[in-house]
Design a protein around this ligand. Structure first.
Ligand code: SF4
Ligand code: SF4
Length: 352
């Protein structure tokens, strides 16, 4: 921790060049919201030098937790997001939660999930568990395309999850660490009760929560969890799926932040799209440099969230591709004005 604290000091005095990759800075133009300024404010907080605590808490919610500053940081061992989350935890304990975030938390209080849905899924048998995240459940096209792919490859799965079951990510983003731990323990019980050897899911955020942040909260589900995209690529490579080709179609792939920056899944979607015959048109900011869509529960300010979304939409439109695709139910929903598809839908449509 001392090393991390020293890095926070380094960050607060850094030339701040990573700000040119920070979507909050790029979309709002506010110097206060740049990574280095956030680090400096966090440091002031630790030294009890803050003049305006509410203003400070507001600033720590002006972050998409996208990881662009981590990718472009001059230090390999520093992740500013850890400090931002720590400060959100303090904000939560002091009852500071932006109204945009408190709406989501109210649903958690009442229903235990962000959308207020009550439906659950629990069907099938197999050694592979298909965890239907709450946001996948809300997109029936992704769900049915994934089912079609699994059927075609003759893979038996135990399907579970649904609108009522959430990994707890919105609680983590809001700084409600006790609530998050409770959710992680519920998920651990649910998953271990399924007796599966591997889990697949469409949501990159669920994967990161379960692989990293659950463990930080003291919960280890001990089961391999992979994105459905990775699993589909395995099925293609094993010859269990064959894909027909499209002709004269261009497509732009939007990298979901967590999938690209945290989970390093960059080539797999592109390889699949090329195999289907698409000509890929990359945005100026692609792969680990891709800008965030703004998400739904990470940024605490509506104007900032919309500004990030608009910026990313414009960047994507610049490719003038015929189609747009991503691999995250949240990105697809946020960027819906582009008629974005999920890569499972693209694979599902290409099945022979
Ligand atoms: S996150 Fe890294 S590159 Fe960005 S201001 Fe801090 S130390 Fe500098
Ligand atoms: S995580 Fe993303 S939004 Fe937050 S400070 Fe870093 S680059 Fe900016």
């Amino acid at each position: 921790m001392e090393k991390q604290l020293n890095r926070l000091i380094d960050c607060s005095m850094c030339p701040n060049m990573c700000k040119f990759s920070c979507p909050v800075y790029l979309a709002t133009g506010s110097e206060t919201f740049t990574p280095q300024k956030k680090a400096r404010l966090i440091l002031y907080g630790k030294k009890n030098l803050l003049q305006d605590e509410d203003g400070f808490f507001d600033t720590v919610f002006q972050c998409a937790l996208c990881g662009s500053c981590v990718v472009n940081c001059q230090y390999d061992d520093f992740d500013l997001r850890d400090f931002i989350i720590e400060e959100r935890g303090i904000a939560f304990k002091k009852d500071f939660v932006p109204s945009l975030v408190s709406d989501v938390l109210e649903n958690f209080d009442k229903f235990g999930n962000p959308s207020g849905k009550r439906e659950t899924i629990d069907k099938g048998e197999g050694e592979i568990g298909f965890f239907v995240s709450c946001n996948t459940f809300n997109d029936k096209n992704i769900l049915s395309a994934t089912g079609k792919i699994l059927d075609k490859a003759d893979v038996d799965v135990k399907e579970f999850g649904g609108g009522d079951i959430c990994c707890g990510a919105p609680l983590y983003f809001a700084g409600d660490m006790d609530g998050f731990k409770e959710k992680a323990e519920q998920m651990e019980k649910l998953i271990k009760g399924k007796g599966v050897k591997r889990i697949i899911t469409n949501c990159p955020t669920c994967i990161k929560m379960m692989k990293k942040h659950y463990i930080e909260a003291g919960v280890n589900i001990e089961i391999d969890i992979v994105h459905t995209l990775t699993f589909a690529k395995e099925l293609i490579d094993e010859g269990k799926l064959s894909l027909k080709k499209v002709e004269n179609k261009s497509i732009t792939y939007h990298d979901p932040c967590i999938l690209a920056k945290d989970l390093d899944i960059l080539e797999t979607p592109r390889t699949i799209l090329k195999k289907i015959g698409y000509s890929l048109r990359e945005t100026a900011y692609a792969g680990k440099d891709a800008h965030c869509c703004g998400g739904k529960t990470k940024v605490g300010d509506r104007n900032t969230r919309n500004a990030i979304k608009n910026m990313r939409e414009n960047e994507l439109k610049e490719t003038k591709a015929l189609d747009y695709v991503s691999a995250c139910p949240t990105c697809k929903d946020v960027l819906k004005s582009l008629q974005m598809k999920d890569i499972m839908e693209i694979i599902g449509d290409a099945l022979e």
